[in-house]
Design a protein. Sequence first.
Length: 270
Amino acid sequence: MPVAIIAGQPLHYLDQGSGPVVLLGSSYLWDSGMWAPQIEALSQQYRVIVPELWGHGESGPQPTQTRSLDDLARQALVLLDQLDIAQVNLVGLSVGGMWGARLALMAPERVNSLVLMDTYLGAEPEATRQYYFSLFKMIEDAGAIPEPLLDVVAPIFFRPDIDRESALYQDFRQALQNFSRDRLVHSVVPLGRLIFSREDVLDQLPRLDADTTLVMCGDQDKPRPPAESREMADLIGCSLILIPQAGHISALENPDFVNEALLTFLANHA
C-alpha cells in the first residue's frame, strides 16, 4: 500500500484501477477493507483511492495539530495535491462523509460529484456525545477495548438482526480487539472525540450542488438514522436512496445494492 507523508505522519492509501478518480472516505474504526466490494466493482472503470484514517490500517498516528474535521478535509486535499489529482468523485461513509462534505464546501472546484453515506453534518446530539465520550474514557483507561465493550461497540455498525456468528460481525469484533494501546490512546480515541464534538454545518449544505450530490443511508442505520439523511437531502435539494437490509456499514451489509447505486450515479456524473 503506497504512503504519503502528511502533517509529518505516514498516511497509507489504496490506489487501484484507472480512469476518473473516485475517492472513498472510510468509517471510524474501519480500514480500507470496508470498501472491498466497491473497490472491486469501481476499479474496473475508475481509479479508486482509499486513504486510511489516522491510527487505522497502516496509517501512522494522528498528527497533534489535527483538531477538527476541517483538518481531515485539508489533509485529504494535500494527498490529492501530492498525487497530482485535480478532481475527484468523493464517496464518504460516516466520518468519511463528514470530512468529505467539508472538503466539497472548502474546495468545490476539486469535487466533481459527492455521495454522502450513513453520515450527518449536524452536531452530535448531546446525550449521544456524552455516551460516546464515556466509552472513550473507558477505552483510554483500559488501553484496550475491554471485552464487555466489544459487544457494545460492534453492534452499533450493523443492522439489528445481524448474525453475530457471521464472518462480517466476528471479523470486525476481532479487528476492534486487535487495536494496540498505542493506537487507541494516541489516534483512535482522539479521533473519536474530534468526530463527536464536531461543529454543525447543516446551514452550509444548500451551497452543495444538488445535481451532483447524492445522499444514501442504510434503512436500519441506528447511529445515523434515515431521518438525518432525509434532513440533509432536503437541505441540499438532492436525491436520497435508502439501502435495504443495511445498518451503518451499508457498503458491506448490502454491497450489491450499493455498487449498483454508485455505478449508476457515477455513470451520469463522473
